[in-house]
Design a protein around this ligand. Structure first.
Ligand SMILES: *[C@@H]1O[C@H](CO)[C@@H](O)[C@H](O)[C@H]1NC(C)=O
Ligand SMILES: *[C@@H]1O[C@H](CO)[C@@H](O)[C@H](O)[C@H]1NC(C)=O
Ligand SMILES: *[C@@H]1O[C@H](CO)[C@@H](O)[C@H](O)[C@H]1NC(C)=O
Ligand SMILES: *[C@@H]1O[C@H](CO)[C@@H](O)[C@H](O)[C@H]1NC(C)=O
Length: 262
């Protein structure tokens, strides 16, 4: 174990990187690069030499594969942190994975990762295994490898300042004191221009400090309430990919609190 920039570099088990084996696969990153004109026309070279110069063959429609959305859930790895408030991002990613039939089990980029589609939109789901403070190492590497535009990177994380079980979808913003977000913004060279879905986890009771509170599990009753939040979260991701950011933001941000629903 080494410590680099405050981030622990563990050589096992994540470093024993298996070759990613994806149940679903969409075109590899290089096909996401617009093909050069010379490549597009090259297959016409034989016929072009026979055609008259006045009637060149029509260029083929460039088929641009859609760029994937990257949906990141934040949390800490290991049994010790399973089910804690700080891991609520992991849990929503698990719910999305289950609902969409995507298996998030590949180990790559210091992350658990899975690929699939919602409709015809490719999606990568990921849970960084770096520990919270170093999430950006993993997310930064995935974003550069797949050349994902930051406006298609959604980070899901716990928020102490939102009422419990409430969600908020915003197109950009600061880290709000969240160490995982801090790390991601660092690895995006300071850019805050990427969407995020915050999930309210409640406030520490009495004089308990925030660090202790976020590392505690939810109560039984909170779990039941969260179940509805996760269902809405799954729906929010569907709307985001199929109908766009604004529609999804309207769905999430105008949702009535559970209390008002009776
Ligand atoms: C976390 O707990 C759930 C059940 O509450 C279990 O299904 C899951 O495998 C656990 N994950 C880890 C990493 O221990
Ligand atoms: C994470 O970062 C915070 C703030 O930078 C620091 O106080 C804390 O000790 C770090 N935690 C770990 C586990 O490295
Ligand atoms: C959560 O909701 C789903 C769908 O309504 C239900 O099948 C499941 O049992 C619920 N889980 C809990 C822990 O309440
Ligand atoms: C989304 O909403 C923002 C501000 O509310 C607006 O500026 C933008 O044009 C909208 N985008 C689309 C695609 O409607």
């Amino acid at each position: 174990m080494r410590v680099v920039g405050g981030c622990m570099i563990s050589l096992a088990p994540i470093a024993a990187v298996r070759k990613p084996s994806f149940r679903h696969s969409f075109p590899p990153s290089k096909t996401l690069i617009p093909s050069l004109p010379v490549q597009r026309f090259s297959k016409f070279s034989t016929s072009a030499s026979m055609a008259s110069p006045d009637s060149p063959p029509p260029p083929p429609e460039p088929q641009q594969p859609k760029k994937p959305w990257l949906v990141v859930g934040l949390g800490n790895p290991g049994k010790k942190f399973n089910g804690t408030r700080h891991n609520v991002g992991f849990e929503l990613v698990d719910s999305i994975a289950e609902a969409e039939g995507i298996s998030v089990t590949s180990v790559s980029f210091k992350s658990l990762l899975g690929k699939g589609y919602i409709g015809d939109v490719p999606i990568i789901l990921t849970k960084p295994q770096t520990f919270m403070n170093c999430s950006g190492e993993s997310v930064g590497a995935i974003v550069s490898y797949y050349k994902i535009p930051l406006k298609q990177v959604l980070v899901i994380y716990d928020d102490l300042d939102l009422p419990f079980a409430k969600m908020r979808l915003l197109p950009k913003g600061g880290h709000g004191g969240h160490n995982g977000m801090r790390s991601i913004i660092d690895h995006f060279k300071g850019s805050r221009e990427f969407p995020r879905l915050r999930i309210g986890i409640g406030r520490p009771p009495g004089k308990m400090d925030a660090v202790n509170f976020v590392l505690r599990p939810f109560t039984r009753q909170e779990r039941d309430e969260l179940n509805f939040t996760f269902q809405d979260g799954v729906e929010a991701i569907r709307i985001l990919l199929l109908e766009g950011f604004n529609k999804s933001a309207t769905f999430v941000n105008s949702a009535k609190p559970l209390k008002q629903l009776g």
